[in-house]
Design a protein around this ligand. Sequence first.
Ligand code: EPU
Length: 335
Amino acid sequence: MQVQAFFSLKDFNTFGIDVRAEHFVVVRSVVELREALAHPAHPKLILGGGSNVLLRGDVKGLVIHNQIGGITVGEEDAYTVSVAAGGGENWHGLVQWCIERGYGGIENLSLIPGTVGAAPIQNIGAYGVELRDVFERLEAIDLQTGATRSFLAEDCVFGYRDSIFKRALKGRYCISRVHLRLTKRAVVNTSYGAIREQLAAQQIMEPGIREVSEAVMAIRRAKLPDPADLGNAGSFFKNPELDPERFERLRDRCPEVPHYLLATGRVKVPAAWLIEQCGWKGKRFGQVGSHARQALVLVNYGGASGSDLYELSQSIAASVEARFGIALSAEVNLW
Ligand code: EPU
């Protein structure tokens, strides 16, 4: 374990923002993590894949890059299997590992950038599936005491791109291992229109988990810029959820507004649509902009600062608020 001083985080965040950590260390095991926690620098911040964070300036204290690895199979029955993965494992690597073994449940979450440990924090979701649908439990290390604590699904208080780790327990834990309950006789979820269209275009009538994964990857590659080519962190804002009266007022003004009814009775409206209506889609301002194929994705064309991106996001949110009276909230974590 080697602590480095004034370490550039450029290669450790998918926006590619060049800021420095006062101290930086990679940990590959819980033992190393506890060693890092004994370092005097304060505060301690856990960084996973850096795919959902906007770094707005140099970072004080010790940045701990979680690379705790390992994927293992736990108890199984005729239909299901428990799979555990280290918090530092690459999420898509875990998805592929499961598909190769015929374990279903996370194929719709193919190609989401980031690590296994970050997945429950965000309750990652895509194409009709969320992490909480397959979540069993996790182990996390208390950053103050080094103690291990186990969290069941109900302890995590999962919501839309939300969990207790973004709220009451923000910055308190490092997620060291996540256990998922997957199926051995998978029933695939093709409820999302784009998946159905993709499979139909390929004339796949009875898709298995591999075909669904491939369809999801094709859709993502067509719409979302690859951070290796263009700095970004996926959706910058959450899709706002409106109460029915509020939604009806919006629909009176804009009958064409896309929307999804939620089980709660609220109505989800795509933030991408609101942003596009305000004229931001595909527009570039210096080194930052809104992506041409997905308005909700803000991009760094190279050399942008975190403040450049933050200011763009603020201007976008202000114009959506002014035009529609809807407050957008950031989906990415702001450091
Ligand atoms: N739309 C526009 N303009 C655009 C893009 C989309 O008007 O530029 C409208 C269209 O009506 C489209 C609708 O928005 O039908 C939804 O678009 P899309 O299917 O691309 O999904 P999204 O709501 O923008 C969400 C997640 C994504 C996830 C996709 C697929 C959030 C904040 N984002 O995006 O997650 O991949 O659904 O399930 O919920 C992420 O979290 O970083 C992320 C990429």
